[in-house]
Design a protein around this ligand. Structure first.
Ligand code: SAM
Length: 279
């Protein structure tokens, strides 16, 4: 196996720093540096970008990003045990890695980053969806980041790229696809991780579009989509009841049959409905 850098193998790093994986922190580590370098190669314009990495752990993906040429990496890690191991990487890649010990849900990374910014992470599964939704619903668009390259459980990855009519189609697909190009770029079996999780994983690449695919007010669209999929088996005239007194007329104005269910309605129609509700 080819070496991507001169630092010790990740198994030695884990042994010397006592980094036994903790389930409570969603720790399933990637120890194959060729694999982490492969993931890093999916990050858009890596060598011209600052990269925000959430949950670097012992630093497998961090090393992949740096070895593949990231301009700078800002890594936010909650587990204090990992910080000394990450500082060793920072010393080897002088001036290119900043490590912050903290909770990614609390830390504001922007003060430490310069544009263009890409986000890359093998996300802790317990906060992965919450972070993704935050990144997809900023107060203004375009967001602070250009692209997201994120590892998820396969089932979550499928929800992000899902099309109408499929079981996976829902709020996450609509939020992601309204303002991004989204694709699964890599699939990984449980054995790729230490310890192996129960399910397969996949890397999703999301590229922010300069403007939303279809016009709509973000808050209205989010509210409609959340309501529609909260009761996905119900007809929309029932699931969205109370959103407007003349709801059925507005559904028809948006080209949606009031008897349709959310799972068959496409993004363009949901945007038309958001506009009809705001008009
Ligand atoms: N990136 C490493 C890799 O690929 O081997 C580790 C990935 S592991 C799935 C998730 C990492 O996120 C762990 O290192 C864990 O400690 C960290 N983590 C969990 N919750 C976090 C949070 N709220 N903020 C920052 N890091 C967190």
């Amino acid at each position: 196996m080819s070496q991507i850098d001169t630092l010790p193998p990740l198994r030695s790093v884990i042994a010397s720093h006592g980094l036994s994986a903790r389930k409570s922190l969603g720790q399933n580590f990637l120890l194959d540096l060729n694999l982490t370098a492969k993931i890093a190669r999916h990050v858009s314009t890596l060598s011209e970008s600052d990269v925000l990495e959430i949950g670097p752990g012992p630093g497998g993906l961090t090393r992949g990003l740096l070895a593949e040429g990231a301009r700078r990496v800002l890594a936010i890690e909650k587990d204090s045990r990992c910080i000394p191991a990450l500082q060793e990487i920072a010393a080897a890649y002088e001036g290119r890695l900043t490590v912050i010990e903290g909770d990614a849900l609390e830390v504001d990374p922007l003060a430490h980053l310069s544009q263009p910014i890409q986000i890359a992470a093998n996300l802790p599964y317990n906060i992965g969806t919450e972070l993704l939704v935050r990144w997809l619903t900023p107060p203004a668009w375009p967001p602070f980041w250009d692209s997201l390259t994120l590892m998820f459980q396969r089932e979550v990855a499928e929800r992000i790229v899902a099309r109408p009519g499929s079981k996976a189609y829902g709020r996450l697909a609509l939020l992601a696809q309204w303002r991004c190009d989204a694709a699964i770029v890599l699939s990984l079996p449980p054995e790729a991780f230490t310890p192996p999780p129960k399910v397969s994983s996949a890397v999703v690449h999301l590229k922010a579009l300069p403007a939303p695919r279809f016009e709509a007010n973000a808050k209205t669209l989010e509210r409609v989509v959340a309501r529609a999929f909260n009761q996905r088996r119900k007809m929309l005239r029932a699931a969205l009841k109370g959103l407007a007194p003349d709801l059925e007329d507005r559904l028809i104005a948006a080209g949606i049959k009031p008897t349709e269910r959310a799972e068959t309605v496409g993004l363009e129609q949901f945007c038309a409905l958001a506009r009809a509700l705001d008009s």
